[in-house]
Write a protein that binds this ligand. Sequence first.
Ligand code: ZN
Length: 601
Amino acid sequence: MDHPEIDQTSKEQSGERAEREKTPAESADQRTADSGSHDDRNDIEMPKPLSEGRPSVAASEKALVRKPRIGDTMPIPTTPPPGPADPSGNGDESADAKSDGGQKRRRRRGGGGGRGTVRGGQAGDGGGRSAEQTKQPKSKGAQPRKGRRGRGRGRSESDGAADATLRERRRGRERNGKPLGRYFMAVQVRPGISQVAVLEGRSLIEHYVSRPADDVTQIHGNVYVGRVQNVLPGMEAAFVDIATPKNAVLYRGDVQYDPGDIEQRGSNPRIEDILKNKQLIACQVTKNPIGHKGARLTQEVSLPGRYVVLIPNSKTYGISKRLPDDVRKRLRGILDRVKPDEHGLIVRTAAENATEEELRADMTMLLDQWEEIAAKAAKVQRPTLLYREPELAVRVIREEFNADYRGVVIDDRRLFEEVRAYVEAFSPELSDRIEYYDPEAEQLSLFERHHIHEQVHKALDRKVWLPSGGSLIIEHTEALSVIDVNTGKNVGKSNLEETVFHNNLEAAEEIAKQLRLRDIGGIIVIDFIDMEIRDNRAKVVEAFRSALARDKTRSQVFDITELGLVEMTRKRIGEGLLTEYSEQCPDCEGRGVLVDYSMLD
Ligand SMILES: [Zn+2]
């Protein structure tokens, strides 16, 4: 899961996963096939280890695109919702928080949490962003679950007044009784599939697809008891049966262990010393299976709420550095009273204007959730689903909805009621912004009504026109996505350099928009048109970075290379819009050409 709003620390930046696809996956696949296990659940390719393809610390630091800060007119920079289509952040590598550095933060399992199999860890992606992470000394020792469901200390009247101010601050603006806000969300539900569209003004800026009923491939964020099937020392990974048709993969870096449990002591024990075949472990999916690649797991479970992310049995304590000092102090004060000692948490920026009562409610809900998971985990003797992430629409609203949204319209009665009740619980003052769209009573579908339909069509094209006649060609390969910038019909006015420069500036703006809209992640290489003037090159890169800063999904942009290419990475959320809407061409199997073998005859 992704914890959004927390900026990465520079150390963690170095852990930025460039999502390089180049792994010894095929060979591993081969090896396991040969290794004598006849379990065809093992017939998968390895998802790439997140730590691969990582640039140096210095390069990462420099390349990271700084996000808008609180007070900017952006939506709360939240974590993308976890999940498949999930802009989840937690979505994809939502788990990117788990840097190797995170290992240092791991601790032995605290008293909570079921039996040995259930171990918390730091937040999946929380780690990735730069929270102020501190280890809480265990000094406060004995008071177990302080304040937990209780009232904590008594609340004074001035607290009440302060809470009222906070609520007021969160209330959206209105004009003539109509809510104002630059964002708008439309959720269209069809049998087996729902789609969430986010509009800024009237333009579609993000679009997500989910198949809520899919318990096989849309499992990001789910928590399981899994059974270790096969430890692969050569991959520093293990195949784990999680009761889905294919096994999932747990890399060494995502393994949690209690040093007391293993014979082979040492500062960095190997996976084969920690995990044994047939062992049951609690684990959470951080990446959906895609194609032949197995799902990716972590033992560091994290449960996202509206204001905080609970990290069971962890010492992690992160508060977004984007929050002003006084706010952080206030939040820390509240959470110290509310948080049980044995669990960690990350405070989201959405907590800025949350009252104590609301933080407590959020925390309590997550603790209940965890207790239920831990209790189930302690009982089961075979691979079992313990916890299922809520469907996409609910996750997106949990992560993103705030007073900057003038409305959320949902064309499904059941989902509408669920979402409305959810919002009623954490932001009652905004709950009337959740509306039901009755498709029976309306002439047009919800997406047609808001001109989303045609915008999605455009977002599926290979070619994108720029305002002055230039164009982009967006293509995907196994390893990376490539964007070519062309002047096309843009013939300019004064001279070539000027024409090219302006064309590139338009391209920079549009590419940032397209990456977000199309949900393109991983490594991206952009071929801007060559510019003679060094200063112009720098200006284009700068314009590109500032356009990307509006995207809540993390990205890194490296300096333009000798060949005039810009390399970048963008955190992968879902599988990308095109993947969601398409399947491989059966004639050429996606290669795009038909080879005429008859010429060899
Ligand atoms: Zn074809």
